[in-house]
Design a protein around this ligand. Structure first.
Ligand SMILES: Cc1cc2nc3c(=O)[nH]c(=O)nc-3n(C[C@H](O)[C@H](O)[C@H](O)COP(=O)(O)O)c2cc1C
Length: 138
């Protein structure tokens, strides 16, 4: 099955994990790139705010054409208990042609897989992910 791993990564950890998945599944990889991004302390302020208030963000166009992929695996960092704003915006932007999409939340909290964050997004999008997983990234 032609698969693409889609990921937003601020500090590179989620991206490294996405690369692992892509290698194991011989999949392509697409990095979600917001037009505005912050590193260091400001990322907590900016992305924490965007995630908490469910703000959409402007993204650069996809670097690859996703139309001929049969499966997408979205690696979704958790920000402030929610799916991070860049992944959220990307999913909404592509909502009309999403079909077979799995999602893997990445987070620091070892006790919380943040399934509620995925379920909340599913309701908003009126969409069901094929599979939901979670991965602690330290
Ligand atoms: C703004 C912000 C908010 C975060 N909020 C949470 C959180 O609520 N729970 C959690 O377990 N991890 C949280 N994290 C940690 C990230 O989910 C984790 O470091 C991320 O999945 C790794 O992706 P990266 O490549 O962008 O660093 C947060 C990180 C940032 C930058």
């Amino acid at each position: 099955m032609k698969t693409c791993v889609v990921v937003y990564s601020n500090a590179g950890k989620a991206f490294a994990y996405a690369q692992e998945i892509a290698q194991n599944k011989q999949a392509d990889i697409l990095r979600i790139e917001p037009k505005i991004d912050f590193k260091g302390f400001m990322r907590y302020v900016y992305w924490g705010y965007k995630a908490s208030l469910k703000r959409s963000v402007s993204l650069n166009p996809d670097a690859i054409d996703l139309s001929d992929f049969e499966q997408l695996i979205v690696v979704a960092p958790i920000h402030a208990g929610r799916i991070c704003a860049p992944v959220r915006s990307w999913l909404f932007t592509h909502r009309s042609y999403l079909k077979n999409v799995s999602i893997i939340t990445t987070h620091l909290d070892k006790k919380n897989p943040y399934l509620d964050a995925v379920e909340a997004l599913e309701k908003e999008m009126m969409f069901k992910f094929t599979e939901i997983q979670s991965k602690v990234i330290e």
